[in-house]
Ligand binder design. Structure first.
Ligand SMILES: [Zn+2]
Length: 182
């Protein structure tokens, strides 16, 4: 067996273990109310899933997740997770992990805040998540105010993209000092 085959076998094994976790279930089919639901109690801060992208690309689509200013990935669990403006998880693109953002009970949906990873969404949509701070329309981080973005945990690449979107160097450096490096 070549190293490449061995690595592939290991990756496949890891992927199966990862997706058969006893923490969640993927329910429904693609494009028909697919969602991810917790099957046991998950405490805030717990690592729920190790992200295993099966595709890495520079062009996004409605299923991809942005992990840096230029890269987008496809991952089986992330594809199935819905957006919420008060998400139950955080998709951490530095560590490539899905982490519980709050205590989650069995039956509760695993969601993440799409603008925490997406700068400009491929398929913007009206949100009906019902949370008090619902954005109403979700089109990516680029269309949100700083105060809206700072209500949720967001990834470093999004903070950098916000910083770069400021025209003034003074505002850029102020933002970097306060938000990017924290
Ligand atoms: Zn919402």
């Amino acid at each position: 067996m070549t190293n490449k085959q061995r690595k592939f076998q290991h990756t496949q094994k890891h992927l199966v273990q990862n997706l058969t976790s006893n923490l969640f279930d993927i329910i429904g089919q693609q494009d028909s109310n697919r969602k991810v639901v917790a099957t046991s109690e998950i405490k805030k801060g717990k690592i729920i899933y190790d992200i295993e992208p099966y595709s890495h690309t520079q062009s996004q689509n409605f299923l991809s997740v942005q992990i840096s200013s230029e890269e987008h990935i496809l991952d089986t669990l992330l594809e199935a997770m819905n957006h919420s403006c008060s998400p139950t998880t955080f998709v951490d693109c530095n560590q490539m992990l899905v982490i519980a953002e709050q205590d989650i009970l069995p039956g509760e949906e695993l969601t993440f805040f799409y603008p925490s990873t997406e700068w400009k969404m491929d398929r913007p949509f009206s949100c009906h998540c019902g949370s008090l701070n619902c954005l109403g329309f979700v089109s990516g981080a680029k269309d949100l105010s700083i105060s809206q973005l700072l209500k949720c945990q967001i990834n470093t690449h999004i903070k950098t993209l916000i910083q770069n979107s400021f025209k003034s160097d003074y505002v850029k450096s102020r933002f970097k000092k306060q938000y990017v490096s924290r």
